[in-house]
Design a protein around this ligand. Structure first.
Ligand SMILES: *Cc1c(COP(=O)(O)O)cnc(C)c1O
Length: 406
């Protein structure tokens, strides 16, 4: 199943995992023990450039000193209160995140899937209480090829058979449209539509970028038809594409942002729903919550992350490095690569089947000290930490060139 592992300590740990860990992942055969910036070290002392960044949860790199300092300081003071009480970290975090997004309010949760579930609840409650949709009739329009997480409701509106099969019955109330087709989206909206839920760029699908102008059209259609636009920016947001949000690429402001991954600074799970008071205000005490949501440790880390993003420095860096990456990747066209999609420091690279599968390319890159992840068979995705250097990217792409030539 896995590629041959190189040494005994790695093999021994993987064997224990195989016996005692559910097989819900198929990791590359490397056991990581340390990380700093864009680099990680395995149990044998070998170093790798991390071009995945935990699916963009590590936008600021491993062990960012300012984020670690915020976490350590908070660890010594207070870690958890539950929302039965107030804690002194939550107000500054909520205010800073709302400011960053240009919205009024924040509803903090933990994982991305919880933010999506929360967004769906908010949209339905808004549909009944504000829009006046008949009880239990509200629908949410979603896109083909979507990835919004792994809960039963969310996989129920995925169209990936691996995500769905064996896990039904699923919750009703979701309507599918092709991603990138504004006319189809307009046609799918009726009086029961509470919201449109989209990734502005589809990450798991292979960094699929909609046609220029699509997000602006979705914004216009949803505004005119009285439907919420919910942008799942869990992977695309927080600097990845060279702007704070991927919606910024088209100067679009959705009604609701769903955030996660990098919001937790690569240290802990932290997600949030961010919207104006006329939307998030529909949720009343007792209707929604989470024991860990908004805990002071996560809020302290999240505040640090938001302060780093507020400077704009990471967005600028991602934009410049993304330009560099796009130029370099263009040289791969026809050289073992059939298509490349780049948005900021984020790329989907479709591998020519004659040169192997995405998984095989990822394994060959691993052997040369570069970590990437395959998706949907022939695609590899790269999402380096935004702290990576141009020279490091160049080195990694040289490894890709060698791997595709061999
Ligand atoms: C990763 C991801 C999620 C789910 O986040 P988890 O923290 O893994 O639950 C949701 N939406 C998008 C777009 C994602 O990339």
């Amino acid at each position: 199943m896995s590629a041959p592992v190189r040494d005994s300590q790695t093999a021994a740990l993987i064997a224990v995992e195989d016996a005692h860990l559910a097989h819900n992942y198929h990791p590359l055969p490397v056991v990581i023990t340390r990380g700093e910036g864009a680099w990680v070290t395995d149990v044998e002392g070998k170093r790798y450039l991390d071009l995945l960044s935990a699916y963009s949860a590590l936008n600021f790199g491993h062990s960012h000193p300012a984020i670690l300092a915020a976490a350590r300081d908070q660890l010594d003071r207070l870690t958890l209160t539950s929302r039965a009480y107030h804690n002194d970290r939550l107000a500054p975090f909520a205010q800073a995140l709302a400011d960053l997004a240009g919205k009024d309010m924040v509803l903090p949760m933990n994982t991305g899937a919880e933010a999506v579930e929360t967004g769906i609840k908010v949209a339905r409650a808004w549909g009944y209480r504000v829009k006046g949709i008949a009880p239990d009739a509200a629908t949410v329009v979603v896109a083909h090829g979507n990835f919004h997480g792994r809960t039963t409701t969310i996989v129920g509106f995925s169209d990936d058979p691996d995500a769905r099969e064996g896990f039904g019955p699923f919750a009703p109330g979701f309507v599918h449209v092709p991603f990138g087709d504004a006319a189809a989206l307009a046609a799918a909206i009726d009086e029961n539509t509470a919201a449109v839920l989209l990734e502005p760029i589809q990450g798991e699908a292979g960094v699929v970028i909609p046609p220029e102008g699509y997000l602006r059209e979705v914004r216009q259609i949803t505004r005119e038809r009285g439907v919420l636009m919910i942008a799942d920016e869990i992977q695309s947001g927080l600097g990845r594409v060279g702007t704070t949000f991927a919606c910024d690429r088209e100067q679009v402001v959705p009604d609701v942002y769903l955030l996660g991954k990098a919001l937790g600074g690569g240290i802990l799970p932290l997600s949030a729903v961010v919207a104006d008071a006329d939307v998030l205000g529909v949720i009343r005490p007792g209707e929604h919550g989470s024991t860990f949501g908004g805990n002071p440790l996560a809020a302290a880390v999240g505040l640090q992350v938001v302060e780093m993003l507020a400077s704009g420095e990471f967005q600028t860096r991602a934009a410049a490095l993304g330009q560099h990456l796009e130029t370099k990747l263009a040289e791969f066209a026809g050289r073992g690569v059939t298509a490349v999609r780049v948005a900021g420091l984020w790329a989907g690279i479709d591998i020519d089947p004659a040169r192997g599968t995405g998984r095989e390319v990822a394994e060959r890159l691993l052997a040369r000290g570069v970590l990437v992840k395959d998706t949907h068979g022939q695609t590899i995705r790269i999402a380096p930490p935004l702290v990576v250097r141009a020279t490091e990217l160049d080195w990694a792409l040289e490894q890709l060139r060698v791997v595709l030539a061999g």
